[in-house]
Write a protein that binds this ligand. Structure first.
Ligand SMILES: [Zn+2]
Length: 150
């Protein structure tokens, strides 16, 4: 019973400080992640292979994660991380996200050079960026981990 209230509280209020520190996630997120991560990995690998034919960058490991607020990231060791919720994005936003992180392999910041790289394959990147920003990663509700998806 106590566990039930603890989980309910997490759903309503979000993770407690302790949960964030311990990187422990509510069970429904874990379950949802387990259901979709393989599909996410397949999409990510396929699209990286496709877009990197153009760029030809070298990268390290590819990870699929259940991140709370980020769609993707690129580490200084050239490892690429993507949020498993990518499976719920429309294909054009998936492409933008992949290209965005790929380009960070060469340009770690969001300077003019970075956007020039992105623009080479996604000329309409400004529009995609805006659309992706509107799709917020949220785990506040059990049923809609991705909000504002149109
Ligand atoms: Zn970026």
């Amino acid at each position: 019973m106590q566990k039930f209230f603890r989980e309910l509280k997490t759903v309503i209020l979000g993770p407690t400080r302790r949960q964030v520190i311990r990187r422990q996630q509510p069970k429904y997120i874990r379950t949802h992640y387990n259901e979709h991560r393989e599909t996410a990995r397949n999409i990510v690998i396929e699209k990286i292979e496709y877009w990197n034919k153009f760029y030809g960058f070298t990268f390290g490991r590819i990870s699929i994660r259940a991140q709370r607020t980020r769609w993707g990231s690129c580490s200084s060791k050239s490892n690429l991380n993507f949020n498993y919720l990518i499976v719920f994005l429309p294909s054009d936003l998936q492409d933008y996200l992949i290209v965005h992180e790929l380009c960070h392999l060469q340009e770690m910041n969001h300077g003019a050079q970075f956007w020039k790289l992105v623009e080479q394959t996604i000329p309409d990147y400004k529009n995609a960026r805006q659309k992706l920003r509107a799709v917020r990663v949220s785990f506040q509700s059990k049923t809609t981990p991705v909000n504002n998806l149109t």
